[in-house]
Design a protein around this ligand. Structure first.
Ligand SMILES: [Zn+2]
Length: 147
């Protein structure tokens, strides 16, 4: 059992194996000093947040951004007002940059048995599904766990 990841919440198909490997090391994959070891996509560092594409995006999606709190916190109640303000600016920039005319902003927090999160380090997901993808089922849409 890892303090940093929850293997039960990791999606199957490869991501689950990555999370199992991280659990075995018992390290946080989102803390800045280890992030580049586990995350291979370009990242933009803000003062309070790190922004990048999800290496294991929900499918089918056109965009799946991760917005990772720089300091290791695990609960939304620990976000200070200045970080909330910066997050607002990040979202405005991302929505503008991607011309995201519709999407979902999702931030799980706290004990992962209540959230479905695989990584406890606080982060948000900004997702735009892809209804034009052949795998998209209009009756189901894009689904992910929130609990
Ligand atoms: Zn961390």
């Amino acid at each position: 059992m890892s303090d940093f990841v929850n293997q039960q919440n990791a999606r199957p198909g490869g991501y689950d194996k990555v999370i199992a490997g991280i659990a075995a090391q018992n390290v946080c994959p989102f803390c800045p000093e280890r992030l580049a070891e586990f995350h291979k996509l370009p990242m933009t560092r803000w003062k309070f947040w790190i922004v990048t594409d999800n290496q294991f995006p929900y499918t089918p999606s056109k965009h799946h951004k991760l917005i990772i709190h720089t300091e290791h916190i695990d609960h939304v109640s620990k976000i200070i007002p200045e970080a909330w303000a910066e997050l607002y600016g990040i979202i405005q920039e991302l929505v503008g940059d991607t011309t995201m005319v519709g999407g979902t902003f999702l931030m799980r927090f706290g004990e992962t048995r209540f959230t479905g999160a695989s990584v406890t380090h606080l982060h948000a997901n900004l997702v735009q599904s892809n209804p034009d993808d052949t795998s998209y089922d209009p009756a189901l849409g894009l689904r992910t766990r929130i609990g």
